[in-house]
Ligand binder design. Sequence first.
Ligand code: CA
Length: 356
Amino acid sequence: MKKALQITALLGAVALLATPVAAKKIKWKLAETWPSTLTPLASPPAKVAALVSEMTNGEFVIKVEGKEKHKAPLGILDMVKGGQYKMGHSGSYYWKGKDINTVWFTSMPFGMTPSEQYSWFYYGNGMKYMAEVYDKFGIYNFPGGNTGNQMGGWFRKEINSVDDLKGLKMRIPGLAGEVMAKLGVNVTNIPGGELYTSLDRGTIDALEWVGPGMDIKMGFHKVAPYYYTGWHEPASEMQFMVNKKAFDKLPKNYQTILVTAMKAAAMDMYIENFATSVDAWEKMKTDFPNIKVKSYPKPVLKAMKSAADDVYAKYADANPKFKEIHADYMGYMKKARAWSMMMQYGYLDLNKKLAE
Ligand code: CA
């Protein structure tokens, strides 16, 4: 009897040991550059929060705070670096003043298409360079959703020559802004929420934002009806930033859950923005016939391309890491473009010819 009791006690102790110690609930905050209602840009953080909570049975919770809450749309990197927020969602090229090499992870003027760029990220050296560039900020950076090829922007007047660009006040971020500046444009960057008012009040004469899915609901066409095709952001990828110390402290399975959720949410945004633009493009023709869709004349495009090459060369001369990434990026683009022309352009072109 005594022995049986001992065994029961022993079994009880073993059972106790086998019971996992309840993990402390993890609560993080994420700050995004956008107002929390501005989909599709605001969609990936919301999806990550939902997926992570569900996959951890509510043990890992991420609270998403939009621009309306933190009031620092272009301060996200600093807030994640400092740890006030464990995560951020923004655009890498907003940080070019901190390190010019952050521009490589959004989109480059006359650069890669989304499929080319995703190949470079995941099967070329893109993610390796992303890790190197963000290391000094104490941040892990991840792709955060792609807009696809963006439209070139809204103008009050038609652009017939390079001279028509001179003196224009335009919102256009990233290296594309520097390209436009070389052509005489007064370039500024303004957060999305203030764009319409700036255009309406004449603080700016022109702007680029994303594409029809996001642009039409902003109302830019009411002030600036000339809508130009894009050259400057052919594959704009948003970014997830994660504070390194916080990430490294997560249990391994939570790290995997978070990384997987970010990748899924990023892919979802690419699809969502494409679908939104499909609908907006169709509606635009009937609902807003005053919008004039234009492509820049070839001499203007040639001047833009030449200015872009100069901007690339200027940074490559001054910054060895820029030079290294530039060579790798351009080399990959050349290789990938041959297949894009065959697989994507070739298919669209043969269908176009059939319809003629
Ligand atoms: Ca843009």
